[in-house]
Design a protein around this ligand. Sequence first.
Ligand code: SAM
Length: 291
Amino acid sequence: MTRDGSSPDGLPPLREVIAAHELNAKKSLGQNFILDLNLTRKIARACGSLEGKTVIEVGPGPGGLTRALLLEGAAKVVAVERDQRCLPALAEISARYPGQLAVHEGDALEADWEALTAGRNGPAIIAANLPYGVASLLLAGWLETEPWPPWYERMVLMFQKEVAERIVAAPGSKAYGRLSVLAQWRTTPKIVLNLPPDAFSPPPKVSSAVVQFIPRDQPLAAGSAKMLARVTAAAFGQRRKMLRQSLKSLTPMPELLLREAGIDPQERAEQLTVADFARLAELMEHGPASG
Ligand code: SAM
Protein backbone atom coordinates (compact mmCIF):
# COMPACT_ATOMS: atom_id res chain seq x y z
CA MET A 1 0.00 0.00 0.00
CA THR A 2 1.33 3.48 -0.82
CA ARG A 3 0.88 6.52 1.43
CA ASP A 4 -2.36 7.62 -0.28
CA GLY A 5 -3.89 4.16 0.36
CA SER A 6 -3.60 2.84 -3.21
CA SER A 7 -1.60 -0.31 -4.05
CA PRO A 8 1.66 0.04 -6.01
CA ASP A 9 0.32 -2.26 -8.76
CA GLY A 10 -2.76 -0.09 -9.30
CA LEU A 11 -5.08 -2.95 -8.29
CA PRO A 12 -7.62 -2.46 -5.48
CA PRO A 13 -6.53 -3.21 -1.88
CA LEU A 14 -7.06 -6.87 -0.94
CA ARG A 15 -9.76 -6.06 1.59
CA GLU A 16 -11.80 -4.54 -1.25
CA VAL A 17 -11.08 -7.51 -3.54
CA ILE A 18 -12.31 -9.92 -0.86
CA ALA A 19 -15.47 -7.88 -0.25
CA ALA A 20 -16.21 -7.42 -3.97
CA HIS A 21 -15.91 -11.17 -4.69
CA GLU A 22 -17.47 -12.24 -1.38
CA LEU A 23 -14.49 -14.41 -0.48
CA ASN A 24 -15.49 -15.19 3.07
CA ALA A 25 -12.74 -17.50 4.34
CA LYS A 26 -13.44 -21.25 4.40
CA LYS A 27 -11.85 -23.12 7.26
CA SER A 28 -12.04 -26.43 5.39
CA LEU A 29 -9.66 -24.98 2.76
CA GLY A 30 -7.23 -23.53 5.31
CA GLN A 31 -8.05 -20.01 4.18
CA ASN A 32 -6.15 -17.47 6.27
CA PHE A 33 -5.34 -14.59 3.96
CA ILE A 34 -2.50 -12.07 4.24
CA LEU A 35 -3.86 -8.65 3.32
CA ASP A 36 -0.74 -6.57 3.92
CA LEU A 37 1.14 -6.25 0.64
CA ASN A 38 4.28 -5.11 2.51
CA LEU A 39 4.29 -8.47 4.26
CA THR A 40 3.70 -10.55 1.13
CA ARG A 41 6.47 -8.58 -0.62
CA LYS A 42 8.81 -9.51 2.24
CA ILE A 43 7.96 -13.18 1.62
CA ALA A 44 8.50 -12.71 -2.13
CA ARG A 45 11.92 -11.17 -1.46
CA ALA A 46 12.94 -14.32 0.44
CA CYS A 47 12.81 -16.01 -3.02
CA GLY A 48 15.95 -14.11 -4.06
CA SER A 49 16.03 -12.49 -7.49
CA LEU A 50 12.81 -13.22 -9.38
CA GLU A 51 13.92 -11.63 -12.63
CA GLY A 52 13.18 -13.98 -15.53
CA LYS A 53 11.96 -16.69 -13.14
CA THR A 54 8.87 -18.88 -13.21
CA VAL A 55 7.26 -19.20 -9.79
CA ILE A 56 4.82 -21.88 -8.72
CA GLU A 57 2.30 -20.79 -6.15
CA VAL A 58 -0.09 -23.09 -4.30
CA GLY A 59 -3.33 -21.51 -3.12
CA PRO A 60 -3.18 -17.89 -4.35
CA GLY A 61 -6.62 -17.16 -2.81
CA PRO A 62 -7.44 -13.49 -3.46
CA GLY A 63 -3.88 -12.98 -4.73
CA GLY A 64 -1.87 -11.21 -2.01
CA LEU A 65 1.32 -13.21 -2.50
CA THR A 66 0.72 -13.51 -6.25
CA ARG A 67 0.69 -9.73 -6.60
CA ALA A 68 3.83 -9.45 -4.47
CA LEU A 69 5.68 -12.00 -6.61
CA LEU A 70 4.77 -10.09 -9.78
CA LEU A 71 5.64 -6.73 -8.21
CA GLU A 72 9.02 -8.13 -7.20
CA GLY A 73 9.76 -9.03 -10.83
CA ALA A 74 8.67 -12.67 -11.43
CA ALA A 75 8.49 -13.31 -15.18
CA LYS A 76 5.64 -15.77 -14.68
CA VAL A 77 3.52 -17.13 -11.84
CA VAL A 78 1.80 -20.50 -12.26
CA ALA A 79 -0.81 -20.84 -9.54
CA VAL A 80 -2.97 -23.79 -8.49
CA GLU A 81 -6.09 -22.91 -6.51
CA ARG A 82 -8.81 -25.27 -5.36
CA ASP A 83 -11.46 -22.67 -4.59
CA GLN A 84 -13.13 -21.55 -7.80
CA ARG A 85 -14.64 -18.53 -6.02
CA CYS A 86 -11.11 -16.99 -6.18
CA LEU A 87 -10.81 -17.23 -9.97
CA PRO A 88 -12.48 -13.88 -10.89
CA ALA A 89 -10.21 -12.02 -8.44
CA LEU A 90 -7.18 -13.75 -9.94
CA ALA A 91 -8.40 -12.91 -13.47
CA GLU A 92 -8.11 -9.21 -12.55
CA ILE A 93 -4.44 -9.77 -11.72
CA SER A 94 -3.92 -11.62 -15.04
CA ALA A 95 -5.44 -8.64 -16.86
CA ARG A 96 -3.00 -6.30 -15.09
CA TYR A 97 -0.03 -8.56 -15.99
CA PRO A 98 -0.89 -10.00 -19.44
CA GLY A 99 0.72 -13.38 -20.11
CA GLN A 100 2.42 -13.50 -16.71
CA LEU A 101 -0.13 -15.32 -14.55
CA ALA A 102 -1.52 -18.77 -15.33
CA VAL A 103 -4.15 -20.00 -12.88
CA HIS A 104 -5.14 -23.67 -12.74
CA GLU A 105 -8.20 -24.65 -10.78
CA GLY A 106 -7.63 -27.91 -8.92
CA ASP A 107 -6.02 -29.80 -6.08
CA ALA A 108 -2.31 -29.07 -5.66
CA LEU A 109 -1.80 -32.62 -4.36
CA GLU A 110 -2.60 -33.89 -7.84
CA ALA A 111 -0.61 -31.34 -9.84
CA ASP A 112 2.14 -32.31 -12.27
CA TRP A 113 4.50 -29.41 -11.51
CA GLU A 114 6.99 -30.04 -14.27
CA ALA A 115 4.23 -30.18 -16.88
CA LEU A 116 2.66 -26.99 -15.51
CA THR A 117 5.95 -25.14 -15.88
CA ALA A 118 7.05 -26.70 -19.19
CA GLY A 119 8.95 -24.25 -21.38
CA ARG A 120 10.24 -22.25 -18.42
CA ASN A 121 13.64 -20.65 -18.56
CA GLY A 122 15.85 -22.51 -16.02
CA PRO A 123 14.74 -23.96 -12.69
CA ALA A 124 11.51 -22.75 -11.10
CA ILE A 125 10.86 -21.30 -7.64
CA ILE A 126 8.07 -22.51 -5.34
CA ALA A 127 6.45 -19.89 -3.12
CA ALA A 128 3.31 -20.35 -1.06
CA ASN A 129 1.35 -19.49 2.03
CA LEU A 130 0.31 -23.12 2.25
CA PRO A 131 -3.04 -24.47 3.37
CA TYR A 132 -1.90 -26.09 6.63
CA GLY A 133 -3.98 -29.25 6.16
CA VAL A 134 -1.86 -30.39 3.19
CA ALA A 135 1.41 -28.50 3.81
CA SER A 136 3.54 -31.44 5.02
CA LEU A 137 2.28 -33.71 2.24
CA LEU A 138 3.10 -31.14 -0.44
CA LEU A 139 6.52 -30.54 1.07
CA ALA A 140 7.30 -34.28 1.19
CA GLY A 141 6.32 -34.56 -2.49
CA TRP A 142 8.68 -31.75 -3.49
CA LEU A 143 11.52 -33.13 -1.36
CA GLU A 144 11.14 -36.63 -2.79
CA THR A 145 11.37 -35.37 -6.38
CA GLU A 146 13.59 -37.44 -8.68
CA PRO A 147 16.08 -36.86 -10.19
CA TRP A 148 18.10 -34.59 -7.90
CA PRO A 149 19.04 -31.68 -8.13
CA PRO A 150 15.36 -30.94 -8.76
CA TRP A 151 13.44 -28.78 -11.22
CA TYR A 152 13.22 -25.96 -8.65
CA GLU A 153 16.08 -23.85 -7.29
CA ARG A 154 14.41 -22.62 -4.11
CA MET A 155 11.22 -23.01 -2.05
CA VAL A 156 9.82 -20.32 0.23
CA LEU A 157 6.90 -21.76 2.18
CA MET A 158 4.70 -20.73 5.07
CA PHE A 159 3.90 -23.36 7.71
CA GLN A 160 2.41 -23.31 11.12
CA LYS A 161 5.31 -22.47 13.44
CA GLU A 162 5.43 -25.88 15.08
CA VAL A 163 5.89 -27.60 11.69
CA ALA A 164 8.55 -25.05 10.66
CA GLU A 165 10.42 -25.83 13.88
CA ARG A 166 10.26 -29.56 13.11
CA ILE A 167 11.68 -28.95 9.65
CA VAL A 168 14.77 -27.11 10.94
CA ALA A 169 15.20 -29.06 14.23
CA ALA A 170 18.64 -30.35 15.21
CA PRO A 171 19.35 -33.88 16.54
CA GLY A 172 18.72 -34.27 20.25
CA SER A 173 15.73 -31.91 20.29
CA LYS A 174 12.13 -32.95 20.80
CA ALA A 175 11.08 -31.48 17.46
CA TYR A 176 13.66 -33.56 15.54
CA GLY A 177 11.93 -36.23 13.47
CA ARG A 178 11.14 -37.62 10.02
CA LEU A 179 10.42 -34.23 8.47
CA SER A 180 13.71 -32.75 9.79
CA VAL A 181 15.73 -35.61 8.32
CA LEU A 182 14.00 -35.59 4.93
CA ALA A 183 14.24 -31.79 4.59
CA GLN A 184 17.84 -31.48 5.77
CA TRP A 185 19.04 -34.45 3.75
CA ARG A 186 18.40 -32.70 0.46
CA THR A 187 18.10 -29.00 1.32
CA THR A 188 19.31 -26.42 3.81
CA PRO A 189 16.07 -25.22 5.43
CA LYS A 190 16.06 -21.95 7.36
CA ILE A 191 13.28 -19.99 9.11
CA VAL A 192 13.37 -16.52 7.56
CA LEU A 193 10.24 -14.90 9.00
CA ASN A 194 7.95 -15.45 12.00
CA LEU A 195 4.36 -14.27 11.83
CA PRO A 196 1.84 -13.86 14.66
CA PRO A 197 -1.78 -14.96 14.12
CA ASP A 198 -2.94 -11.37 13.58
CA ALA A 199 -0.89 -11.14 10.36
CA PHE A 200 -3.73 -13.16 8.78
CA SER A 201 -7.40 -12.60 8.12
CA PRO A 202 -9.07 -14.38 9.80
CA PRO A 203 -6.29 -15.06 12.37
CA PRO A 204 -5.53 -18.78 12.79
CA LYS A 205 -5.15 -20.25 16.29
CA VAL A 206 -1.41 -20.78 15.87
CA SER A 207 1.65 -18.71 14.93
CA SER A 208 3.29 -19.21 11.55
CA ALA A 209 6.76 -19.14 10.04
CA VAL A 210 8.24 -18.90 6.56
CA VAL A 211 10.90 -21.47 5.71
CA GLN A 212 13.36 -21.04 2.86
CA PHE A 213 14.75 -24.25 1.34
CA ILE A 214 17.78 -24.26 -0.94
CA PRO A 215 18.41 -27.68 -2.56
CA ARG A 216 21.84 -29.18 -1.94
CA ASP A 217 23.64 -30.11 -5.18
CA GLN A 218 24.09 -33.60 -3.73
CA PRO A 219 22.04 -35.20 -0.94
CA LEU A 220 24.10 -36.24 2.12
CA ALA A 221 24.42 -39.89 0.94
CA ALA A 222 23.31 -41.94 -2.03
CA GLY A 223 20.25 -43.76 -0.60
CA SER A 224 16.88 -42.99 -2.22
CA ALA A 225 14.23 -40.74 -0.69
CA LYS A 226 11.96 -43.78 -0.49
CA MET A 227 14.47 -45.76 1.56
CA LEU A 228 15.23 -42.78 3.79
CA ALA A 229 11.49 -42.47 4.45
CA ARG A 230 11.35 -46.17 5.43
CA VAL A 231 14.33 -45.92 7.77
CA THR A 232 13.10 -42.77 9.52
CA ALA A 233 9.55 -44.16 9.79
CA ALA A 234 10.88 -47.25 11.57
CA ALA A 235 13.28 -45.32 13.82
CA PHE A 236 10.98 -42.46 14.82
CA GLY A 237 7.89 -44.68 14.90
CA GLN A 238 9.31 -45.99 18.17
CA ARG A 239 11.48 -43.04 19.09
CA ARG A 240 11.96 -44.00 22.75
CA LYS A 241 13.32 -47.44 21.90
CA MET A 242 16.93 -48.24 21.12
CA LEU A 243 17.62 -48.53 17.40
CA ARG A 244 18.54 -52.22 17.66
CA GLN A 245 14.89 -52.71 18.64
CA SER A 246 13.07 -50.06 16.59
CA LEU A 247 14.77 -51.05 13.31
CA LYS A 248 13.55 -54.67 13.57
CA SER A 249 10.58 -53.73 11.39
CA LEU A 250 13.09 -52.78 8.69
CA THR A 251 15.63 -55.57 8.74
CA PRO A 252 15.96 -58.91 10.56
CA MET A 253 19.45 -58.00 11.85
CA PRO A 254 19.44 -54.34 12.81
CA GLU A 255 22.61 -54.62 14.95
CA LEU A 256 24.62 -55.66 11.90
CA LEU A 257 23.32 -52.76 9.85
CA LEU A 258 23.96 -50.26 12.64
CA ARG A 259 27.51 -51.47 13.25
CA GLU A 260 28.22 -51.37 9.52
CA ALA A 261 27.09 -47.72 9.56
CA GLY A 262 29.30 -47.01 12.59
CA ILE A 263 26.30 -46.36 14.86
CA ASP A 264 25.95 -47.64 18.42
CA PRO A 265 22.87 -49.97 18.39
CA GLN A 266 21.89 -48.66 21.82
CA GLU A 267 21.29 -45.15 20.49
CA ARG A 268 17.78 -43.79 19.93
CA ALA A 269 16.43 -42.19 16.75
CA GLU A 270 16.71 -38.61 17.93
CA GLN A 271 20.45 -39.01 18.65
CA LEU A 272 21.35 -39.75 15.02
CA THR A 273 22.46 -37.01 12.65
CA VAL A 274 20.90 -36.58 9.23
CA ALA A 275 24.12 -38.02 7.73
CA ASP A 276 23.71 -41.13 9.97
CA PHE A 277 20.21 -41.72 8.61
CA ALA A 278 21.41 -41.14 5.07
CA ARG A 279 24.17 -43.74 5.59
CA LEU A 280 21.66 -46.26 6.95
CA ALA A 281 19.41 -45.73 3.92
CA GLU A 282 22.36 -46.11 1.57
CA LEU A 283 23.48 -49.37 3.25
CA MET A 284 19.94 -50.75 3.16
CA GLU A 285 19.77 -50.02 -0.52
CA HIS A 286 23.23 -50.88 -1.80
CA GLY A 287 24.76 -53.01 0.97
CA PRO A 288 28.25 -52.34 2.43
CA ALA A 289 30.80 -50.89 0.02
CA SER A 290 33.25 -53.60 -1.06
CA GLY A 291 37.01 -53.25 -0.77
N1 SAM B 1 -2.01 -17.07 -0.87
C1 SAM B 1 -3.10 -16.48 -0.13
C2 SAM B 1 -2.55 -15.54 0.93
O1 SAM B 1 -1.37 -15.63 1.21
O2 SAM B 1 -3.32 -14.72 1.43
C3 SAM B 1 -4.00 -17.55 0.50
C4 SAM B 1 -3.31 -18.53 1.43
S1 SAM B 1 -4.42 -19.58 2.30
C5 SAM B 1 -3.46 -19.97 3.73
C6 SAM B 1 -4.37 -21.14 1.45
C7 SAM B 1 -4.98 -21.17 0.05
O3 SAM B 1 -4.85 -22.49 -0.48
C8 SAM B 1 -6.46 -20.86 -0.02
O4 SAM B 1 -6.69 -19.93 -1.05
C9 SAM B 1 -7.14 -22.20 -0.33
O5 SAM B 1 -8.33 -22.09 -1.07
C10 SAM B 1 -6.06 -22.91 -1.12
N2 SAM B 1 -6.10 -24.38 -1.05
C11 SAM B 1 -6.50 -25.17 -0.02
N3 SAM B 1 -6.32 -26.47 -0.30
C12 SAM B 1 -5.79 -26.52 -1.56
C13 SAM B 1 -5.39 -27.58 -2.42
N4 SAM B 1 -5.45 -28.87 -2.03
N5 SAM B 1 -4.90 -27.26 -3.64
C14 SAM B 1 -4.80 -25.96 -4.05
N6 SAM B 1 -5.16 -24.91 -3.27
C15 SAM B 1 -5.66 -25.19 -2.04
